[in-house]
Design a protein around this ligand. Structure first.
Ligand code: GAR
Length: 198
């Protein structure tokens, strides 16, 4: 079993999808060993507590360099023997030292079909607002490896989702989560954990 950390900042519905998949036996190669939140008030922490998973809050302070914050995060992950990391709505840009320390071992879920509506400034509802403003008829979600370019790493899996007449950003966000994100992230996590196990 590959010891896996999930990094969160908010509601944690993607974390919940991972926890549900683990409970259902769909993650035979990944053990969810730690949840790290950038925000002490994130509901994702309650989800982790209910599932009996170790939790930590690690926020970057304003007077801290990205490198120093990265060192603290690397130390925390090492302390828990973490081998694989999933970003599930984690809104802090990962410092380069973390990306280097976990090369091709950090996955991110992004709520669009990369390369559309991604990169700096595209997160959460903003992604769906941009998709609706552009008038696309298909959007979706992407799981990719994290490298030094925001949303620029190798793509692992994508799922398309229809944009429907009358969609609001909130409606579209919910459909992308239900039809794509909550299936795609656990499946990609299992695939990468399985590849790391051989
Ligand atoms: C998800 O839609 C995720 O794809 C998005 O934030 C949301 C978190 O929701 N991530 C990004 O926009 C990253 N650029 P959750 O906390 O309920 O999983």
């Amino acid at each position: 079993m590959i010891r896996t950390a999930v990094l969160v900042s908010g509601g944690g519905t993607n974390l919940q999808a991972i926890l549900d998949a683990a409970k259902a036996g769909a993650l035979p190669h990944a053990e969810i060993a730690l949840v790290v939140s950038s925000n002490a008030k994130a509901y994702a922490l309650t989800r982790a507590e209910k599932a009996g998973i170790a939790r930590a809050v690690l926020a970057k302070s304003s007077d801290e360099t990205p490198e120093a914050y990265g060192q603290r995060l690397i130390a925390l992950l090492r302390e828990h023997d973490i081998q694989l990391v999933a970003l599930a709505g984690f809104l802090t840009i990962l410092p380069e030292n973390v990306i280097r320390a976990f090369d091709h071992r950090i996955l991110n879920i992004h709520p669009s079909l990369i390369p559309s509506f991604c990169g700096k400034g595209f997160y959460g509802l903003r992604v769906h607002e941009a998709a609706l403003a552009r008038g696309v008829k298909l959007t979706g979600a992407t799981v990719h490896f994290v490298n030094e370019i925001p949303d620029g790493g190798d793509i692992i899996a994508q799922q398309a989702v229809a944009v429907l007449p009358g969609d609001t950003p909130e409606l579209l966000q919910r459909r992308v989560m239900e039809e794509a994100e909550w299936k795609l992230l656990p499946a990609a996590l299992e695939q990468v954990a399985s590849d790391l196990s051989v």
